[in-house]
Design a protein. Structure first.
Ligand SMILES: [Zn+2]
Length: 120
């Protein structure tokens, strides 16, 4: 009985955490309750939202670069190569450094481009 109540409370907390987009904490509670499948699902949900958001941001930011007629260089953190970014740049060409081939972190790129276009 007390156990049931505790479980109900925890599940209510999970709903609140998902509402607050704290998917990792929500997944942790599911795991405590032995609900492994649900824990995986809530993590996937969180990741998908982050990926979608970042992609929209990069496209949007490159669009801003084009409209502003800016050309800039993003310095590859791995090799120090200058990755040229202009209005013609697409997300596909920014996926890897063209000099060393390392994967460009989209979140870093978003931070960089945000500063370049002075856009909050
Ligand atoms: Zn590089």
């Amino acid at each position: 009985m007390a156990e049931d109540f505790r479980r109900t409370q925890k599940l209510a907390q999970v709903r609140n955490l998902i509402e607050a987009e704290d998917h990792e904490s929500a997944a942790g509670i599911y795991q405590e309750l032995g609900m492994w499948k649900e824990a995986g699902e809530v993590r996937r949900l969180g990741r998908r939202q982050i990926v979608t958001q970042v992609h929209v941001n990069v496209n949007d930011l490159v669009d801003q670069v084009r409209k502003a007629g800016i050309a800039t260089d993003y310095t590859c953190p791995t090799c120090g190569g200058h990755i040229h970014i202009t209005g013609e740049t697409t997300l596909a060409t920014l996926r890897n450094c063209q000099y060393c081939g390392s994967v460009v972190q989209t979140t870093d790129l978003v931070d960089f481009l945000t500063k370049v276009v002075g856009y909050q």
